[in-house]
Write a new protein. Structure first.
Length: 215
């Protein structure tokens, strides 16, 4: 016979699975159609659940959308934490962060679409989140740690701001995915074509390392 705690644990696991499935399906739906175009009926159908269950977990459509945005940012923050800074010298650690960011945006186009969509709303929905420090802090802490170690070892120059560095790394990686079609049409250059990938990845890495290191 199952104990009460075992039953509760299984219910919690199932609840987590349901919530996670709703988030995953909703991410694809919001990324494809934006907040206005996404329909709760479609999300409920694709998750094989009900709108009532979705509202139970997330309150309303805005709550679900905000949770999707938070979850998307948490995912890239978790990926960044895979860089074990203490095991790498500062230059290699920074290079790894650049490469990881470049790769993550390429591998997660729904993340790019979500952030682009939310920017059309001027971060209105994300602005209702109470998790800003948790969503932003880990990325800046990681870069600040790498920069500090680099300065102490004499390879990085003084005065480099972690926010500036994060902006530079992210903007290149983001633009390559978000603007690939218009850029290709204008300049007949596909930034996501396989033959261009490694060169662009190296360009970004070289720019960031070149900016950070002492000349």
């Amino acid at each position: 016979m199952s104990t009460a705690s075992e039953v509760s644990g299984r219910r919690g696991a199932r609840g987590g699975d349901v919530r996670g499935n709703i988030l995953a399906v909703s991410m694809a739906e919001f990324a494809a159609k934006g907040f206005t175009g996404a329909r709760m009926d479609d999300i409920a159908l694709r998750t094989n659940t009900t709108k009532k269950m979705i509202y139970y977990y997330f309150g309303d459509k805005q709550g679900l959308y905000r949770a999707v945005l938070e979850s998307a940012i948490v995912s890239i923050r978790a990926e960044e934490q895979r860089v074990h800074v203490d095991e790498l010298d500062p230059v290699d650690a920074l290079r790894r962060v650049v490469e990881l960011t470049f790769d993550y945006h390429e591998q997660n186009p729904d993340f790019v679409r979500l952030m682009a969509n939310e920017n059309t709303h001027r971060a209105f929905y994300l602005g209702q989140s109470s998790e800003r420090s948790e969503l932003a802090g880990p990325a800046l802490d990681l870069l600040s740690d790498i920069l500090q170690r680099g300065r102490e070892s004499g390879v990085f120059k003084e005065g480099i701001d972690a926010v500036d560095l994060h902006f530079t790394i992210t903007s290149f990686s983001f633009f390559r995915i978000s603007n690939q079609y218009t850029f290709d049409w204008l300049f007949q250059f596909d930034p996501v074509a396989p033959e261009n990938r490694e060169r662009l990845r190296k360009i970004l890495t070289d720019m960031v390392i070149g900016y950070a290191t002492l000349m």
